[in-house]
Design a protein around this ligand. Sequence first.
Ligand SMILES: *Cc1c(COP(=O)(O)O)cnc(C)c1O
Length: 386
Amino acid sequence: MADGEQGFGTRAIHAGQRPDPTSGAVMTPIYQTSTYVQDAVGEPRGGHEYARVTNPTRGALEGNLASLEAGRHGAAFASGMAAIEAVVKGVLSRGDHVVCGANVYGGTDRLFRTVWSRFGLDFTYVDTSDVDALSDAMRPETRLVHVETPTNPMMGLSDLRACAEVTHDGDALLMVDNTFATPYLQRPLTMGADLVVHSTTKYLNGHSDVVGGAVVTDDDGIAEELRYQQKAAGAVPGPMDCWLVLRGTKTLHARMRAHCENAGRIAEHLAEHPEIEEVFYPGLPDHPQHELARRQMDGFGGMITVETGSADRARRLAEGTRVFALAESLGGVESLVSVPAAMTHASVPEEKRRAIGLTDGLVRLSVGIEDPDDLEEDLDRALASL
Ligand SMILES: *Cc1c(COP(=O)(O)O)cnc(C)c1O
């Protein structure tokens, strides 16, 4: 662990931070400045030169996230997509090959398929829950393997230790998008991953009022490349947003326990519901990778996907709830409902959606931390109208 023997909750609240040296403020200030004074040419008074390169509020967040992911280096970016793009630009060169999970966040698929494939990078998509399929997809020029577990929205799991072994056998780097699980439930670096990426927009911030991203690594060389990307390309978050995410991570452990408890209860309830055909939630004993989830995760998370049977039924469920707001995104304290095929994953080609089982009848729930009775009643009422 990066911060000695301290527990997760203690690190969530304290890691990366100390009382402000100039004022004694216990909370890290929002250093809303673009530049820093120099006492002589090339001698910045506080060690900072320009805020694209470093900012103390951002630095505190980076230290906090690194500690939670049990890594040594954190780098914050302006969004989850900017974080993933920084890795692409930081570690890959023209001619390199990337193996990417077949079911990843729609925006990641779009970035790889429509943007980076135009710049001399080659992508293969494979079901990373099948380690043999991953192994078969590796080529001599494979430099990066990108895995999401659990996946969005199918909730499929990949065995991270096995993925790391195959990736390293091929002399490539393993990048894990840990947005759905959060470091409270799963720490990929401890299972062999080289890089962990996050959309801090989701659970880490947890209050749906920031768009942000981050990368954590243990590797000094990769960390150097990421800092260079912050400086050279500049997709950095502003100090106010860093401060908000830092406030969010202080309650990550408390929020995740409540998310897991509520989602577990709702998943069981929906599994028994006559209007629902199938429930995708790693905490249910009939989930195909339930045993892996027990082994690899410390809880099953707050995301549930259900099959309603048709696009029309999915739409009516999503439009029929009152406590669950119909919206993209996830991971906030408030419950959200969405229809992946028509919303978050609309940019994924239909053929590809079919291949991974992403049907038009799926509804995704981001279960918040409201009173579970109210959430259950809300879903029951909307389902009754189907
Ligand atoms: C939202 C999300 C992203 C993209 O993050 P942004 O902050 O929206 O750019 C990447 N991966 C996953 C799993 C996500 O849910």
